[in-house]
Design a protein around this ligand. Structure first.
Ligand code: NAD
Length: 262
């Protein structure tokens, strides 16, 4: 029996990747890691000036473009895919990382405008990304890998974030569904559930919960520390690359042991 060769470094050589929400935080770190792994990268974000600035900064690492995109708008997501193909000829990997900030109230008193906007961005926006990314990959007839960035809140709620918790739970359903449609086409769809990771978003979430990184990490993780963006990017790198070629429909926690914590 012939044993095919395992892919070797650089893991993403010859691949074109989209990373949403990459004007800062984990998305930006993931873009830097992907460029170093040999990918051509399109970063998408609603923040135009910051996105342009990040693309300029990361261009030292490889081929990178910024496309202003509000993922909740179908025409902007379609434009993102079209611009990616126009610039780099194809789409192989997508990291759907953009999300709305967590909400901040009990379910009993939730603000209905905030709820709708959060669902529009975090759930419907990610679904739009998956839809048009899969359409492009199907049209190309090549293999593809899509990673949706969920959260440990996809499994375990925190107080005062009912919309965020609900949307992140739904992303697991979206990922499982998409993996079934994608599998026969050679398109893998997986998710990552980050635990507490240093970023602007987690700083805001800590404020909502009225706690500090040290106190929260000691309570929530078995490693008693916050994670770094690059520790999540490594998971996206593995799931995005051919190294994970038989992995489909899973959610990989990268959480310092939070989901197994007693
Ligand atoms: N930081 C954590 O502790 C943590 C934990 C679990 C999950 N996550 C998830 O990881 C991902 C990245 O989080 P982060 O901490 O780096 O957050 P962040 O707030 O620093 O970055 C999110 C990015 O998404 C962009 N964005 C927001 N709405 C958008 C829209 N409609 N269209 C396009 N871009 C939009 C923002 O402008 C921002 O650049 C998010 O999905 C978040 O829910 C974060």
């Amino acid at each position: 029996m012939e044993v095919p060769e395992a892919p070797v470094f650089p893991l993403l050589k010859g691949k074109v990747a989209i990373i949403t929400g990459a004007a800062q935080g984990m998305g930006k770190t993931t873009a830097a890691v992907f460029l170093q792994a040999g990918a051509k990268v399109v970063i998408a974000d609603i923040k135009t000036d910051q996105g342009e600035e990040v693309a300029k900064e990361l261009s030292a690492l490889g081929d990178v473009r910024f496309v202003k995109t509000d993922i909740s708008k179908s025409d902007e997501v379609q434009n993102l895919i079209a611009q990616t193909v126009k610039e780099f000829g194809q789409l192989d990997v997508a990291i759907n990382n953009a999300a709305h900030y967590p909400d901040n109230s009990p379910l009993l008193d939730f603000n209905e405008d905030t709820w709708r906007r959060l669902m529009d961005v975090t759930l419907t926006g990610t679904a739009l990304c998956v839809k048009y990314q899969m359409q492009q990959m199907r049209e190309q007839g090549t293999k593809g890998s899509i990673v949706n960035i969920a959260s440990i809140n996809a499994f375990s709620p925190e107080p005062n974030m009912p919309a965020y918790t609900t949307a992140k739970h739904a992303l697991i359903g979206l990922t499982k569904h998409a993996s079934n449609e994608g599998g026969p086409l050679g398109i893998r769809v997986n998710a990552i559930a980050p635990g507490p990771i240093f970023s602007e978003m987690s700083a805001a979430a800590l404020k909502i919960m009225g706690t500090t990184p040290e106190a929260f990490a000691a309570k929530a993780t078995s490693m008693s520390r916050f994670g770094q963006g690059h520790e999540v990017a490594q998971g996206s790198l593995w799931l995005g690359s051919d190294c994970s070629s038989y992995v489909n429909g899973v959610c990989l926690p990268i959480d310092g042991g939070a989901l197994s914590k007693w």
